[in-house]
Design a protein around this ligand. Structure first.
Ligand SMILES: Nc1ncnc2c1ncn2[C@@H]1O[C@H](COP(=O)(O)OP(=O)(O)OP(=O)(O)O)[C@@H](O)[C@H]1O
Ligand SMILES: [Mg+2]
Length: 490
């Protein structure tokens, strides 16, 4: 039996045997020593040449600390948010949004636990790290509870939680008023937009106390279900925001939660992994290819972006993300004067602090503070058309206290010749509410009521002008002063 041929150790570069046989074209190399390939590699390695350009860059990281990508000194409102993958260009680059341009409003949409709240935190963190609190203010409607930690930063005017519907309403109203105010100033000065207005402020050394204002809303769907007013107000803000320096930034579960009127006014969109790939701001193929990693999003041009975590400690695994974020807000935010707070109705309005000289001059009686503009509300009881007043409300809601305050206010503004009180007060809540000089009668028992009514009727009878009285007589009778001295209590 013939022995099988010994396998030939191939060394060097082989070429095809022109004779068509199986023999290598080169002469067999000695069995010992380096091959030609070994020598080639050795020599190339010895030369300090730049490494070859890798055809495939490494995949995007699953986690990224904001400090790894944070860029300072870009456009005035450029905000770094993550790392973008451009596989066709074989590049990964820090990525952000320039809120100063036409991408001034942003929607972040994705399924549950995809990183929407964290994206809002990262936007806030990037702004706090790179902008002065006089240049940028944040107002936050936090429906999920993830953004409360922002409250400590000087840039943050308010963080309205789920339990603060009133604060949420006032926050949006504050921004609507700011728009109106800026609008008025733009028109008065004949200017085209916020940039021109800012230039004019710089030249005049003035301003309105606000810079670029961000309204962060997490999560829009629940906000619209909780507040029937919010859709209209935020849509209006988004309509004029770009030219007025107001930037709504919302997160949502699905695009359907944002009505078209608002969606059309939001130019910048981040698409985290959606519940249904068809519900995407980008094309279906790109959306299907989106990794399920939290914080992985599609951005402009359908490129994938890993959003950074809002921390600047290099992602130290020993520190949990919440602690790292709180630390960033507390210690690393640009210092400066605090953002204007959201004005809230006070819980009490001490009458003693009213400017009574001014109220007497205006001959008006203060009622309280108005919800709309937080200014004192004058009561026009003295105007003939609104002479009567009914106070209604549930038990213990403040009806008697209101009457006491009203009586006190009237005695501060008007003299005993101008006003007289006849009180029917069975529960005696108005005891001592009126100085004796102003008191026409005070019935504190059922039987005393008749006496008060009779004396009041007698008084009114004297005011009825005689038959045939002219217009002047009528006016004089109505304005007749009360005689000095009250009737006292009964
Ligand atoms: N950019 C990111 N990088 C790494 N992990 C992230 C990123 N964003 C979010 N995560 C992680 O994913 C989880 C969910 O994040 P987050 O609460 O922001 O998501 P969400 O979409 O707001 O969730 P929910 O549906 O509860 O509102 C958290 O554990 C968070 O740490
Ligand atoms: Mg959330």
């Amino acid at each position: 039996m013939a022995r099988p041929a010994e396998p030939t150790r191939r060394r060097g570069v082989e070429a095809e045997d022109p004779a068509g046989g199986n023999q290598p074209a080169l002469a067999p190399a000695p069995a010992e020593g380096p091959t030609e390939l070994d020598l080639l590699v050795e020599r190339l390695a010895a030369r300090e040449a730049a490494p070859a350009h890798p055809v495939w860059v490494t995949p995007l990281p699953r986690q990224l600390s904001l400090d790894a990508v944070l860029k300072r000194g870009g456009g005035p409102l450029e905000v770094t948010l993550g790392l973008a993958d451009h596989p066709l260009r074989q590049r990964q680059q820090p990525w952000g949004i320039d809120f100063g341009g036409e991408l001034g409003h942003l929607a972040i949409v994705g399924g549950r636990r995809t990183g929407r709240s964290t994206a809002l935190r990262t936007i806030a963190a990037s702004l706090l790290l790179t902008h002065d609190p006089t240049a940028v203010q944040l107002y936050v409607l936090d429906r999920g509870g993830s953004l409360q930690a922002l409250a400590g930063a000087p840039h943050v005017g308010t963080v309205a939680g789920k339990a603060d519907p009133e604060v949420a309403r006032r926050t949006v109203r504050l921004l609507s008023r700011l728009v109106d105010q800026r609008d008025g100033e733009l028109r008065r000065l004949g200017l085209g937009g916020i940039d021109e207005l800012r230039r004019s402020w710089r030249e005049r050394g003035s301003g309105d106390g606000f810079g670029d204002v961000f309204l962060l809303i997490d999560n829009w769907g629940t906000a619209t279900r909780a507040f029937d007013w919010i859709e209209e107000e935020v849509t209006a803000l988004a309509g004029v925001g770009l030219s007025h320096g107001i930037h709504p930034v919302l997160s949502a579960d699905r695009w359907g939660d944002i009505r078209p009127a608002l969606r059309d006014r939001i130019p910048a969109r981040l698409q985290l992994r959606p519940i249904d790939p068809a519900d995407s701001a980008y094309d279906l193929r790109a959306t299907r290819g989106l990794a399920s990693t939290p914080g992985r999003t599609l951005g402009p041009g359908s490129c994938q972006i890993q959003l950074a975590l809002p921390r600047v400690d290099g992602g130290d695994p020993a520190i949990d993300p919440d602690t790292a974020f709180r630390d960033l807000v507390k210690r690393r935010a640009h210092p400066g004067p605090p953002a204007p707070p959201v004005p809230l109705l006070p819980l009490t309005v001490p009458l003693g602090e009213m400017d009574w000289v001014e109220w007497r001059r205006r001959r008006e009686v203060p009622l309280g503070i108005a919800d709309a503009d937080l200014r004192p509300v004058p009561f026009d009881l003295l105007v003939p058309d609104t002479q009567h007043l009914v106070v209604c409300g549930d038990a213990r809601c403040g009806k008697t206290s209101f009457l006491r305050a009203l009586l006190l206010a009237m005695t501060r503004v008007l003299s005993p010749e101008e006003v007289r009180f006849h009180l029917i007060d069975i529960r005696r809540g108005l005891l001592d509410a009126v100085p004796a000089a102003y008191l026409g009668g005070h019935a504190m028992t059922a039987s005393a009521v008749e006496g008060v009514v009779v004396s009041l009727r007698e008084e009114l009878a004297q005011r009825v002008p005689p038959a045939g009285a002219g217009r002047r007589d009528l006016a004089e009778t109505a304005a007749r002063p009360w005689p000095r001295g009250g009737a006292g209590g009964r």
